[in-house]
Design a protein around this ligand. Structure first.
Ligand code: NAP
Length: 498
C-alpha cells in the first residue's frame, strides 16, 4: 500500500509536488521536517510538504529580491504574456488541479473546477492590467515646470493565504503582483499547500524567470515571522482571520510595509417582503452553502421580513434538504466535509448556543451520519439577536434566520457588527434598492445576487474586514508605488516659457 493513500490520480503527476519552489529550484527543508496534508473527507494522507526554517525563508526572500530588477525591467507586454500563459495552463490542467484541491480541501469536484476557472481568471485579467498601469502628466501650478506621475512596482511581496480557496487566494495576489513587476514569496495555508505548489509548476512552465515565483511552506509563526519582519519584503498581502490579520499588521508596522488585509466577515443576507422568494432562496443556497459554508462572504445572518418569514423558511428548507453530503470526489455530492474537527465543534457550539437562547432547528442540526468532519446542512429559526451566531462568523453549513419588521430595522441589524466585507439583499423596489445599498457599511453588496466573486471586481471589506481591494481595476495598485517627478528650470534663457 502507498505511503500516501489519499494521493489523487492525475494525468500530469508532476503537478502534485511535495517540495518547495525557491529561485526556480525544488527544495526540501535541510532539517527534513515536513507537514502532513490530509484529506478532510477521509483523513487519508495525501502528501507531505517541507517545514522550512527562518533561514530558508530568508533565502527565498533574498532570491525574490535578486530577481526583481530584471523582472521589473521587462516590458509590461513581456510580463503580460507570461502571466496570461499561467492562466491558460491552469485551464489546460483544470481536471488535475481540481482533483488536487478536492483531495486537500474537501470541496466537491464541481466546486473545485469552478474555483480553478475563477483562479485562472485573475491571470487573464491582470495580464491585461499589466499594460494599463499608466501614469499621468499633470497641470503645474508653477510656470516653467512639468509634472510627471509614474507607477512603479513596489518590490518583493509576501502572500499568506487561507485554506478555504487554495488556488484563488493565491492567484488573486500573485497575478497582480507579477503583472505589476514585483517578485514574490507565497506561503499557503498548512492544510492546503498543494494547489499553490501546482501553480508554481505552471508558472515555471509558462516561462517565469527564476526567483520571481517562490512558494514556501512551514510553521505560520516561523515562516510568517520572517515574511513580516524582513525589510526586503515591501508588501504583505494577507487573507485570513481578523485575529491573525491584526497580529500581522502590528508586525509589519516595524518596517512600514504596505499591506492588504482580506479578513473575516459576518455577512447579512436581507430578504424584504417584496423580494422574489425563489430567487432569494437560490441566492442563500449559493452564498451560504458553497464550500460547506466556509467562505468569508458566506451569508452568516439571514434577516427575513416578518410577512414572508414562514414562506421563505419553508422554501429554504426544501432546498437545503436536497443537498447531498459526502466525499467531494463522488458524483452528485454538493456538500463536502468541514476542514477539521475544530470547525465541526464551532458549528455545534453555535447551534447549542442558539437553542439555549430560544431558537429552534428547522432542519439538520447534528453531525452527519458519515462521521468525521461531515455535518448536516442546517437551518435555525427564530434566532435571537443576542445569540453568538449573530456576532461571530460560523464558517459552516448553518443558516440562521432572524426576523425584522421595518427597512430601517434590517439596516440597523445588518450594520450592527465590526465586520464589513460582503452583504446581500433581495428586493424589487428600485427606491429601496438604492436606499439600502447606500446605507449598508460593506465593501461588497449583492443585490438580488448571491454570487459576488469575479476577477474583474474590487473585492475587499470595510471596518475590521480589512484594508485594500483585490481583483478588478484597483487590484494592481496594491503592488504599485506612485512616483511624482517635478521637472523645473524649463524657462528659456530669454525668459520665455515652453
Ligand atoms: P487564519 O487562521 O487567519 O489563517 C490564515 C493564514 O494565516 C494561514 O496560512 C495560517 O497558517 C496563517 N497564519 C496563522 N497565524 C499566523 C501567524 N501568527 N503568522 C503568520 N501567518 C499566520 O484563517 P483561516 O482559518 O485559515 O481562514 C479563515 C478566515 O479567513 C475566515 O475568517 C475568513 O473569513 C477569512 N477569509 C477572508 C477572505 C477575504 O477575502 N476577506 C477570503 C477567505 C477567507 P496555517 O495554515 O499554518 O495556520
Amino acid at each position: 500500500m502507498s505511503n500516501f493513500p489519499g494521493r489523487p490520480t492525475l494525468n500530469n503527476p508532476d503537478l502534485l509536488q511535495s517540495r518547495n519552489f525557491v529561485n526556480g529550484q525544488w527544495i526540501t527543508a535541510a532539517s527534513g521536517k515536513v507537514i502532513e496534508v490530509h484529506n478532510p473527507a477521509t483523513g487519508e494522507l495525501v502528501a507531505t510538504v517541507p517545514s522550512l526554517s527562518q533561514d530558508e525563508t530568508r533565502r527565498a526572500i533574498d532570491a525574490a529580491g535578486r530577481a526583481w530588477p530584471a523582472w521589473r525591467a521587462l516590458t509590461a507586454q513581456a510580463r503580460s504574456r507570461i502571466v496570461g500563459r499561467i492562466g491558460e495552463l491552469m485551464r489546460e490542467n483544470r481536471e488535475d488541479l481540481a482533483a488536487i484541491m478536492t483531495a486537500e480541501q474537501g470541496k466537491p469536484l464541481v466546486e473545485a473546477q469552478a474555483e480553478i476557472d475563477y483562479a485562472a481568471g485573475f491571470f487573464t485579467w491582470f495580464a491585461g492590467e499589466a499594460e494599463r498601469a499608466y501614469g499621468q502628466v499633470l497641470q503645474p501650478s508653477v510656470a516653467g515646470r512639468r509634472i510627471l506621475v509614474t507607477k512603479e512596482p513596489i518590490g518583493v511581496f509576501a502572500a499568506i493565504t487561507p485554506w478555504n480557496f487554495p488556488a484563488a487566494m493565491i492567484t488573486r495576489k500573485a497575478a497582480p503582483g507579477w503583472a505589476a513587476g514585483c517578485t514574490g514569496v507565497i506561503r499557503p495555508a498548512s492544510q492546503t499547500p498543494l494547489s499553490a505548489l501546482a501553480i508554481a509548476v505552471l508558472a515555471k512552465q509558462a516561462g517565469m524567470p527564476d526567483g520571481v515565483c517562490n512558494v514556501v511552506t512551514g510553521s505560520a509563526e516561523v515562516v510568517g515571522r520572517e515574511l513580516t519582519d524582513n525589510p526586503i519584503v515591501r508588501k504583505l498581502s494577507f487573507t485570513g482571520s481578523t485575529e491573525v490579520g491584526r497580529v500581522l499588521l502590528e508586525r509589519c508596522a516595524k518596517t512600514i510595509k504596505k499591506t492588504s488585509m482580506e479578513l473575516g466577515g459576518n455577512a447579512p443576507f436581507i430578504v424584504f417582503d417584496d423580494a422574489d422568494l425563489d430567487a432569494a432562496v437560490k441566492g442563500v443556497m449559493a452564498s451560504k452553502f458553497r464550500n460547506t459554508g466556509q467562505t468569508c462572504v458566506c451569508a452568516n445572518r439571514i434577516l427575513v421580513q416578518d410577512s414572508v418569514y414562514e414562506a421563505f423558511s419553508e422554501k429554504l428548507k426544501t432546498a437545503v434538504e436536497a443537498l447531498v453530503v459526502g466525499n467531494g470526489t463522488h458524483t452528485g455530492v454538493t456538500q463536502g466535509p468541514l476542514i477539521n474537527q475544530a470547525s465541526v465543534n464551532k458549528v455545534e457550539q453555535h447551534i447549542g448556543d442558539t437553542l439555549a437562547k430560544g431558537g429552534r432547528i428547522v432542519t439538520g442540526g447534528k453531525r452527519h451520519s458519515l462521521g468525521g468532519n461531515f455535518f448536516q446542512p442546517t437551518i435555525l429559526a427564530d434566532v435571537p439577536r443576542h445569540a453568538q451566531i449573530f456576532s461571530e462568523e460560523t464558517f459552516g453549513p448553518v443558516a440562521p434566520l432572524f426576523r425584522f419588521n421595518t427597512e430601517q430595522e434590517a439596516i440597523d441589524m445588518a450594520n450592527d457588527t465590526p465586520f464589513g466585507l460582503a452583504s446581500y439583499f433581495y428586493s424589487r423596489d428600485l427606491g429601496r434598492v438604492f436606499r439600502v445599498a447606500e446605507a449598508l457599511e460593506y465593501g461588497i453588496i449583492g443585490i438580488n445576487e448571491g454570487l459576488i466573486s469575479a476577477p474583474e471586481v474590487p473585492f475587499g471589506g470595510m471596518k475590521e474586514s480589512g484594508l485594500g481591494r483585490e481583483g478588478g481595476p484597483n487590484g494592481i495598485d496594491e503592488y504599485l508605488e506612485v512616483k511624482y517627478m517635478a521637472i523645473g528650470g524649463l524657462t528659456s534663457s530669454h525668459g520665455k516659457l515652453h
